[in-house]
Design a protein around this ligand. Structure first.
Ligand code: CTP
Length: 236
């Protein structure tokens, strides 16, 4: 049975022992994907962020992460296991610089303004692409303003060097429904461009996306997984 690794939910980037920079990702979509994939018979492992909706199906293997760094480490450990990676997590693009972070205690109010320097996080999906086997299918998400959706999705497919991107309008983040477009990277032999039939529930979207992934993964994978592939770790 094919193996799918799904990253779900937000990252929390610590400032001190009690504060963080986060985002409003609920993890609903990633968890729906995990549940539907398990129902359809995939082997499912998810990397689940803080405060994200838990999948309910038995048999979904759940590994927790909090920050982008944790997620990077977890991907290094679990990427080789899967046939298909779906990066549904909302990874922070910036985090406080290490010199700003003190998790041994709490920053005290000193009065006046406070500035915290941020640094870019690495693009984890691009890192996965550099370390993936050629028969692994890599899927990203792009949350875009409607008028930039296609151009931006195509740019991200190239920059990250991944197979597929699910582009959806900004409003999707907190909503229960999604109007998505699945675009393939022609440079990697993926001639697919499909749009959902209007706005559909996240559950219906999960079934729709998995229907496409199922046949694409089947074309890609060789029948046998070797033990080496399922246990090897990489540093992204
Ligand atoms: N992603 C990632 N590593 C990051 C940031 C995002 O792997 N540091 C992944 C997300 O999981 C998602 C895709 O990349 O699958 C989103 O692409 P990104 O370029 O980060 O999109 P946005 O941040 O939404 O785009 P922009 O910076 O253009 O607003």
């Amino acid at each position: 049975m094919a193996r799918i690794l799904i990253t779900v939910g937000p990252t929390y980037e610590p400032i001190d022992a009690v504060r963080f920079i986060g985002n409003r990702s609920s993890g609903k979509l990633g968890s729906s994907l995990a549940d539907r994939a398990a129902e359809l018979g995939w082997e499912v492992r998810i990397l689940l962020g803080p405060n994200a909706v838990l999948p309910i199906e038995d048999g979904v293997d759940v590994i927790r992460f909090a920050s982008a760094q944790d997620l990077q480490d977890a991907l290094g450990q679990h990427l080789a296991w899967c046939d298909c990676l779906v990066m549904a997590a909302a990874v922070a693009d910036y985090r406080p610089k290490a010199c700003e972070v003190d998790c041994s205690g709490k920053r005290r109010r000193t009065g006046g303004d406070l500035s915290i320097s941020l640094e870019s996080t690495p693009d984890l999906l691009a890192g996965c692409s550099k370390n993936a086997r050629s028969n692994q299918l890599l899927v990203g998400f792009a949350l875009e303003p409607a008028d930039e959706l296609e151009a931006s999705a195509l740019r991200k497919l190239g920059e990250k060097n991944i197979d597929l991107i699910v582009a959806n309008p900004l409003e999707t983040m907190d909503a229960d429904a999604i109007h998505a477009r699945l675009i393939g990277n022609q440079d990697r032999g993926m001639n697919i461009d499909q749009t959902t039939d209007g706005s559909i529930s996240k559950d219906a979207f999960a079934a729709w996306l998995l229907g496409h992934l199922d046949s694409l993964v089947a074309e890609r994978i060789s029948p046998a997984h070797t033990n080496t592939e399922s246990t090897s770790h990489v540093k992204l």
